[in-house]
Ligand binder design. Structure first.
Ligand SMILES: NC(=O)c1ccc[n+]([C@@H]2O[C@H](COP(=O)([O-])OP(=O)(O)OC[C@H]3O[C@@H](n4cnc5c(N)ncnc54)[C@H](OP(=O)(O)O)[C@@H]3O)[C@@H](O)[C@H]2O)c1
Length: 235
């Protein structure tokens, strides 16, 4: 496959790191962003092994100045981007999830990180994406963002992923995004710090399936909500 130029948020650990590893198999050039590059040991090690293909960049998705600085840095190195993966996200603590303990601050913080930030990141990279080859924006969402599959608890996380899904859907319809395919995906329940050790999928199983699915996305998929295996999820 042609060399793709890819930007991934939250690439220092978990699913973001695994996606970075996966797309290296495709000869891609990857801008692997994270909020603390100086502490991103495994990612820095990967970049040392592939200096021409992995660039580690600072980006805190809750800090607009850092998003803009990262977009400027990428624009200085390449003239187009083929794929943006909005992966960075948080689960949040009990003050976001348990009725009786909820605080507006924590609920808002989770929504800000998981839904507002990916929208602002997408806006910042839109011009580069417009010049890309089969340009795609992938939101790493969750089945917990499905309204149809809602259950009790996890208010902030469920609300944030439902809002992320709506952002993806609106981006898919927005004429200012013409030519860019935007989708949202559930990576499955994955053994990461967030998913925990009992999760059903190893990061490489989820990452391998996500890479295959992302590589076969076309404009016909614009606005879809996918399970990692390519099946469709209910909104
Ligand atoms: N694991 C699962 O079972 C599962 C299931 C469904 C959906 N997901 C989604 O998959 C994505 C990745 O989750 P994961 O399981 O890999 O979680 P994880 O292991 O906890 O990793 C989360 C990543 O997001 C980054 N991040 C958080 N806040 C950030 C910020 N403000 N700016 C930049 N980066 C930030 C973290 O960076 P730091 O190291 O700096 O904290 C880390 O790289 C999330 O969006 C999550 O909601 C996961």
């Amino acid at each position: 496959m042609d060399k793709q130029r890819i930007l991934i948020t939250g690439a220092n650990r978990g699913i973001g790191f695994e996606l970075t590893r996966q797309f290296l198999k495709d000869n891609s050039q990857i801008f692997a962003t994270c909020r603390n590059p100086e502490r991103a040991d495994v990612l820095n090690e990967l970049a040392r092994k592939h200096p021409d293909r992995v660039t580690v960049l600072q980006m805190d998705v809750n800090d607009e100045a850092s998003i803009i600085a990262a977009a400027k840095a990428v624009t200085g190195k390449i003239d187009s981007l083929d794929l943006l993966i909005n992966n960075a996200g948080i689960g949040g603590d009990e003050a976001g999830h348990i009725l009786g303990q909820l605080t507006a601050g924590e609920v808002s913080h989770v929504i800000e990180t998981n839904a507002v930030a990916p929208l602002i990141v997408t806006q910042a990279f839109r011009d580069l994406l417009k010049r890309g080859n089969n340009p795609r924006v992938v939101m790493i969402s969750s089945g917990m963002g499905s309204l149809q599959r809602a259950g009790g608890s996890s208010y902030a996380y469920r609300m944030s992923k439902a809002a992320m899904n709506m952002a993806a859907r609106v981006l898919a319809f927005d004429s200012a995004m013409n030519g860019i395919t935007t989708v949202t995906m559930n990576p499955g329940w994955v053994q990461t710090d967030m998913g925990g050790p009992s999760a059903s999928l190893k990061p490489e199983e989820s990452g391998d399936a996500l890479r295959a699915l992302i590589n076969r996305l076309s404009p016909a998929d614009n606005g879809m909500f996918f399970q990692y295996d390519g099946s469709e999820l209910p909104w």
